[in-house]
Design a protein around this ligand. Structure first.
Ligand SMILES: [Zn+2]
Length: 223
């Protein structure tokens, strides 16, 4: 808490002046182009590793970056907050991209992978939405040694949660109409690198300047 309050003082004193115009503009409305699902873990810092500014990302974070799937009627089978965010972002804000970003050393995935016995009841119940990930096939990262059991599960969980997102009819419709893309990302804490699943070769690539440019060319025809 001390850091938090000191941070506020620091922001007011040193950083706020350079953001005055931006926030005045943002007070009139937001137009983020990405919905970013990430874990609540304190080490996952999308605003830092993706250099985003206020107004850039619509974010939902929870334990394990989990999105409960739809039932037969297209209604969330569990908590509604994830779907409220997804609906609002896709239908109202009309974001073009949804990113699900998992990460290494994830406590939730470690608990699940190691079948921990001491998981508190709500957390245990919540993690059932990630259990299906254990049945997916092994995933690999470029330029990275093989992952341990929990990190492997965390990587697979990103794919599993994307499947959950695609269980909602309004998402499928938006994808089919070319209004929406969905992306699987994974943040490796130790190397502070982000990996993204490539839809063409179905492998996770490190998003460095070279591969990042490939993505920009593909999505935006930028050179
Ligand atoms: Zn986590």
């Amino acid at each position: 808490m001390k850091k938090l309050v000191n941070g506020l003082i620091e922001f007011q004193k040193n950083l706020r002046p350079q953001y005055t115009e931006r926030f005045a503009e943002l007070a009139l409305g937001q137009k983020p182009d990405v919905l970013f699902f990430a874990c609540s873990d304190s080490r996952v810092v999308p605003n830092l590793f993706a250099s985003t500014e206020p107004g850039d990302l619509f974010v939902l974070r929870n334990v394990g970056n989990i999105i409960p799937p739809a039932n037969d009627q297209g209604i969330s089978t569990a908590d509604e907050s994830e779907l409220a965010a997804l609906e609002f972002a896709v239908m109202k804000l009309q974001v073009k991209d949804v990113v699900v970003c998992g990460h290494s050393c994830c406590g939730a995935m470690q608990a699940l992978a190691n079948k921990a016995m001491d998981i508190p009841p709500h957390l245990k119940s919540w993690l059932r939405h990630a259990e299906g990930a254990t049945n997916l096939s092994e995933q690999y990262l470029t330029d990275h040694p093989p992952l341990d059991k929990a990190d492997q599960l965390s990587l697979k969980n990103v794919l599993w949660q994307l499947e959950h997102i695609k269980s909602y009819p309004f998402v499928i419709e938006a994808i089919q109409e070319g209004r929406l893309r969905v992306h699987a990302w994974w943040f490796d804490i130790r190397s502070a690198s982000v990996y993204g699943l490539d839809s063409e070769d179905d492998r996770f690539h490190k998003i460095d300047s070279m591969y990042g440019q490939t993505l920009l060319n593909r999505f935006f025809h930028e050179h």
